[in-house]
Design a binder for this molecule. Structure first.
Ligand SMILES: *Cc1c(COP(=O)(O)O)cnc(C)c1O
Length: 426
């Protein structure tokens, strides 16, 4: 066997990994007295140990100060959402004024479309990828109907043009060109959730803009996974959630980006008092004056308890830095890919593109032999304490997360797959 794929080599990689110690900053679910092999950060990131202290701090402040907590001390609630603004801007490659943590992903997507999806009779269409995440599809379809248009004509879905279900840049380019004059909005994922394919967002924004369309991104699977450069890529808006790679907990407060060039825009928006400029908000006047930038889209005073864990996670991202995380991520995912190719090629087919620039940390693995076999393997892994997730009809998603996964986790995964292959179910 190739020496670089031995377990002892993996142990050496873990021992010398400058980010390896960050694993201890997270709480791992236990399986038979040991840490689970947790490879499903694409679905719910692990709990940062500091999250508890951050939540406790809010509870303590509430108990000790009650209403005064809004205006007292460095973690006062009036400006609490701003504590995450700068580190979040770093993670997504934006100016601090371009990002805000608020609501949840699907809510933010609707709020962004209220402002940035402005269909006309000549230009009513939204372009998305075929097989988009259901919530995104529901959101765009309902927005099209809300404006009196018909999704049958005006929702354009770009089909995969490769056998593995991925979509080439050429296919996206063709679709945008073909429908150009009718396109109001191109809404594209940073990483497609099912295949794990990453897209050239700057190029997609450029193509959309060249046709006179707005470019919006859903970064649910890209944020905290890939280095992003939203400002330079020129997206009009972007939305994401914080419970996947951002480790901010179930149902965490979501994220939103509005490009600086729209900081003072006059588009319609659904307004609320927390979007009103801060210095005059408490004069409680009747006229809405938006805060410039992304914060102007806030509606309500934020759920402080739900924001607290995000601070804990972002502190770890600041400590590690996205470039170093990405370097390790490419190594981890490349290692997993090699292990699969050399040890279990007859069992698992990798759907996710092989080029590092066309993927994040996740590999989508099609179980050869169909759904029943796939389910059997998935359940065998689960019973052995190896967690991935299942996507119908036959795909297991495995996501080594550079903040808390080790190379040894990948060996454990492949060993359990091999063990399953030796059982009667395989
Ligand atoms: C995870 C995910 C969502 C979830 O939306 P919520 O509003 O946070 O429940 C939406 N879209 C995509 C693409 C996702 O991956």
């Amino acid at each position: 066997m190739n020496e670089t794929l031995s377990r002892s080599h993996a142990a050496a990689l873990d021992a010398t990994d400058p980010l390896g110690h960050l694993r201890d900053a997270f709480v791992f679910p236990q399986h038979n007295g040991a840490d689970q092999t947790y490879l499903v950060g694409n679905s719910l990131g692990l709990q940062p140990r500091q999250a508890r202290a951050m939540v406790q701090e809010v509870l303590d402040q509430w108990g000790a100060l009650a209403v005064e907590g809004h205006f007292t001390g460095p973690t006062q609630w009036l400006t609490y959402h701003q504590l995450v603004r700068t580190p979040l801007a770093q993670v997504v490659g934006a100016l601090p004024s371009e990002v805000v943590a608020m609501n949840t992903l699907s809510v933010n997507l609707h709020l962004m479309m209220v402002s940035f999806y402005r269909p006309t009779r000549e230009r009513p269409a939204i372009l998305i990828e075929a097989g988009a995440f259901p919530s995104d599809r529901h959101a765009v379809e309902s927005q099209i109907r809300f404006h009196g248009f018909d999704p049958a004509n005006d929702l354009i879905e770009v089909e995969a043009d490769a056998a593995d279900g991925t979509i080439s840049t050429a296919a996206i380019e063709r679709a945008i060109a073909d429908h150009g004059p009718r396109l109001a909005l191109v809404l594209w994922p940073g990483i497609q959730y099912r295949t794990g394919q990453a897209f050239a967002l700057g190029e997609i924004a450029r193509l959309a803009h060249a046709q006179g369309a707005v470019a919006g991104f859903d970064l649910a699977h890209a944020v905290g996974n890939l280095p992003l450069s939203l400002h330079d890529d020129g997206a009009d808006f972007a939305v994401w959630c914080h419970y996947k790679y951002l480790n901010a907990g179930p149902g965490a407060v979501g994220g939103c980006f509005v490009h600086e060039r729209h900081a003072h825009n006059e588009y319609p928006r659904f307004a609320g008092w927390w979007g009103h400029e801060q210095h005059s908000r408490f004069q409680m006047g009747p006229r809405f004056v938006p805060t410039p930038g992304a914060e102007g889209w806030q509606l309500s005073n934020p759920p402080i308890l739900a924001l607290a864990p995000l601070r804990a996670s972002l502190a770890l991202f600041e400590q590690a830095g996205m470039p170093a995380l990405r370097r390790k991520s490419e190594q981890l995912t490349g290692h997993l890919e090699q292990l699969i190719h050399t040890r279990v090629p007859q069992l698992l087919q990798i759907v996710t593109p092989a080029e590092p620039e066309r993927r994040g940390c996740q590999l989508s693995l099609r179980v050869i032999g169909g759904r029943e076999r796939g389910r059997a393997l998935f359940e065998y892994l689960h019973a052995a304490g190896v967690l991935g997730d299942w996507r119908e009809p036959d795909v297991i998603r495995i996501s080594p997360v550079p903040l808390y996964n080790h190379f040894a986790d990948l060996h454990r995964f492949v060993e359990v797959v091999e063990a399953w292959a030796g059982t009667a179910n395989a």
